[in-house]
Design a protein around this ligand. Structure first.
Ligand code: TMP
Ligand code: ASP
Length: 234
């Protein structure tokens, strides 16, 4: 497979065409952003670590029967993925109150939830990813009703597998964001699953091991990503 022209550059990744019309290369950068790109920085080797972490997790989910866009990891920063039509919805799954939910509901970070929460956001940088619900999805034609139902079902199933995966490695999966796309009539999990888009807390010490360390200037960011990578690859 040969890497061809750049198709799209996002905040953390670049998408390239390949000589296979069904496949793209997703290239992982070290750039980190937060608060809709208002905060910018570099997390050294993040691209390499996130590619390793995400590849391992996609492989694990595939083994459990979850269809993903993952094909292979041909190099340190490159992931070969199936070409998808992106569904412009970010699905956030929350097991414990943190971040924007804790703020919105006026509770402390770490407050347990009686039930897992699913949230939808409209994927739009200029609008700052506004929160939406099932009605907005249908009314604005972002996805069909049956597709929204599939996203919910897949997100909850993925949450079950990932919560167990991280728990076995001494990490609590607090919340995370998923993106999906359409490929040959099937809905696939896309994007990445990394400490950029998950809240991961050390089970014993509750120490943060994710991008909140960057968002909140907590230091030891590279170390946290390396530790997650080491545990994920166990
Ligand atoms: P939030 O508490 O800021 O809404 O974030 C919830 C989860 O979603 C958290 O694990 C980080 C992830 N997330 C992203 O991956 N991208 C985003 O743009 C936002 C806002 C959150
Ligand atoms: N990814 C988003 C941004 O770059 C938000 C975040 O992860 O905090 O602004």
């Amino acid at each position: 497979m040969k890497r061809l022209e750049k198709l799209y550059e996002g905040k953390a990744k670049i998408l390239y065409a390949t000589d296979n019309p069904d496949l793209l290369i997703q290239y992982f950068k070290d750039e980190a952003t937060a608060f809709d790109g208002k905060k910018k920085g570099i997390i050294k080797e993040k691209g390499i670590l996130n590619n390793k972490i995400s590849s391992r997790i996609f492989q694990y989910l595939e083994d459990k029967g979850i269809p993903t866009h993952f094909v292979e990891r041909p190099s340190d920063r490159e992931m070969a993925v199936k070409k998808m039509q992106i569904i412009p919805i970010e699905v956030v799954v929350r097991n414990i109150a943190a971040g924007s939910l804790a703020k919105r509901m006026g509770v402390e970070e770490g407050t347990p939830l009686k039930k897992t929460i699913l949230e939808f956001y409209y994927k739009s940088d200029p609008l700052g990813d506004p929160m939406i619900n099932d009605y907005h999805i249908e009314a604005f034609g972002l996805a069909q009703k049956f597709e929204a139902d599939v996203l919910k079902e897949m997100a909850l199933e993925i949450n079950g597998y990932l919560s167990k995966f991280f728990d076995e490695r001494g990490i609590t999966l607090v919340d995370f964001k998923l993106e999906f796309g359409r490929h040959k009539g099937q809905i696939l999990l896309g994007d990445e699953i990394t400490p950029d888009g998950c809240r991961l807390w050390d089970k014993q010490t509750k120490e943060k091991m994710d991008k909140d360390r960057f968002r909140r200037d907590m230091g030891k960011i590279e170390e946290a990503y390396q530790e997650v990578c080491r545990k994920v690859l166990e």
